[in-house]
Design a protein around this ligand. Structure first.
Ligand code: NAD
Length: 423
């Protein structure tokens, strides 16, 4: 079993690498095997046998519960800790006690603080927007803080009453409209949490030569949490990447001191020098702008809740849930879990109809993450060719004019048939 290690800040990936995987519940049993077939074929095509993935199944979700009585066995956590990079299909949310969400448990345990969602359009896929080719973004969603930290108290409980007393008696809060019947939630947003997220986004933009990083927030309303995120984000760029970035506060400063023309010139000079432009936008305006002028945006850095809304809107703009990939990453330790972003789709499970593209594009992200870019490109090229030819699983093919509908296994084979060597 060959493990990925991290040395001098870089991942070291053996030529025969072990990747732990969770098959997933429901349609997981269909998408996971076909994705592995396509990935294996792409790796073989790209490296002629000199590199190989050894897949190691680990249990979680319904399959784990059936076999071990436990939804998330310790061996599974241990495998992700040890092998560093893994992949998972969708998991049923356990009902009636136990772990609230297996996905949350995995993220928390490995402190996977970035939820990365790339969003691009494939020619041939029907989109609800007029110019989907302009959508090409990478969402860096903060994964560990914000209102998602789970600090909440239900209305009427002793905890909610105690919290209300603290707010009114000790903090002088008088603005709660219906205090006795309110539930409460706390939204922690920290300097370190914001900085590490924005740092990861800027480094990603640098590595992939992308033009801008946009901080998306509601700092106009939530000044210290969302506003703090914006401020710490700009500070991270200016302190840690002074030679590689140009920020909007720097633009504003030049404008104030030397006028608008000088500021515009400084911006133009930064762009032609290949610097990354760091800007910010209020979340509601951002959602509107993504529909009106999506090509204004490249890398997006945002807080947890905003990131949730943004991911789904952007995914819908390029073809929806069956085709949106994702990953949860800790760039400091190197730990990463790539995943299908959709659920277990019980209504189509076992019918050989599910679209494997979400998990497959997540596999592509994984190949890129471990530096096996030639294999990643081969899969993307095959997907481009297949969709362009109007060939897809039922969810997408039924919307394509003259679309050819293939079952999950047939779609995977169509991809394998189209794999070519890519540099
Ligand atoms: P879902 O994503 O499973 O399904 C929503 C709709 O989208 C269904 O009509 C389904 O058929 C369709 N769909 C989803 N993925 C598809 C694909 N790849 N190809 C074609 N059609 C697809 O969401 P749900 O029904 O709300 O949830 C079902 C279960 O999945 C629940 O137990 C939920 O908790 C769980 N869930 C897990 C994850 C995860 O593990 N990441 C995410 C969301 C939901």
């Amino acid at each position: 079993m060959s493990k990925i290690t991290k040395e001098n800040g870089k991942l070291v990936v053996p030529a025969r690498v072990t990747i732990p995987f969770i098959e997933g519940d429901g349609v997981g049993a269909e998408i996971t095997p076909v994705c592995q077939l396509v990935v294996n074929a792409a790796v073989e095509k790209a490296y002629n046998g000199s590199r190989k993935i050894e897949w190691l199944e680990v249990l979680a979700g319904g399959k784990a519960f059936e076999r071990t009585g436990c939804w998330l066995p310790e061996e599974t956590m241990q495998a992700f800790r040890e092998y560093r990079v893994g992949i998972k299909g969708p998991l049923t949310t356990p009902i009636g006690g136990g772990i609230r969400s297996l996905n949350v448990a995995l993220r928390q345990e490995l402190d996977l603080y970035v939820c990365l969602r790339p969003v691009r359009w494939f020619s041939g896929v029907v989109s609800p927007v007029r110019e989907p080719q302009k959508v090409d973004m990478y969402i860096f969603r903060e994964n560990t803080e914000d209102i998602y930290a789970g600090i909440e108290w239900k209305a009427g409980t002793p905890e909610a009453r105690k919290f209300l007393q603290f707010l009114t008696n000790e903090m002088g809060v008088k603005k709660i409209r219906f205090p006795e019947t309110s539930s409460f939630g706390v939204k922690p947003v920290s300097e370190e949490g914001s900085q590490r997220l924005v740092r990861a986004a800027i480094e990603f933009a640098l590595t992939n030569r992308l033009p801008s990083v946009t901080l998306v927030h509601k700092g106009n309303i939530m000044k210290f949490t969302e506003g703090g995120f914006k401020q710490w984000g700009y500070e991270t760029a200016e302190k840690e990447f002074p030679a590689q970035t140009f920020t909007m506060p720097q633009f504003e400063q030049i404008k104030k001191e030397a006028g608008e023309e000088a500021a515009n010139q400084a911006m133009a000079a930064a762009i032609s020098a290949g610097k990354i432009i760091i800007k910010d936008v209020i979340a509601d305006a951002f959602l509107q702008n993504t529909l009106l002028m999506p090509d204004e945006y490249s890398v997006i850095a945002t807080l947890n809740l905003n990131g949730d809304y943004i991911s789904d809107q952007l995914a819908a703009m390029v073809g929806g849930i069956g085709i949106a990939p994702g990953a949860n990453i800790n760039y400091d330790t190197g730990h990463a879990i790539f995943e299908a972003t959709h659920g277990t789709a019980p209504n189509i499970a076992g019918k050989n109809q599910v679209n494997p593209s979400s998990l497959l594009l997540s596999s592509v992200m994984m190949l890129e993450y471990i530096g096996w870019t030639e294999a990643a490109r081969a899969i993307v090229r095959a997907m481009e060719d297949t969709f362009e030819a109007g060939i897809a699983t039922p969810d997408l093919a039924r919307l394509m004019p003259g679309g050819q509908c293939l079952p999950t296994t047939g779609f995977a084979q169509a991809l394998i048939d189209r794999l070519v060597k890519c540099r």
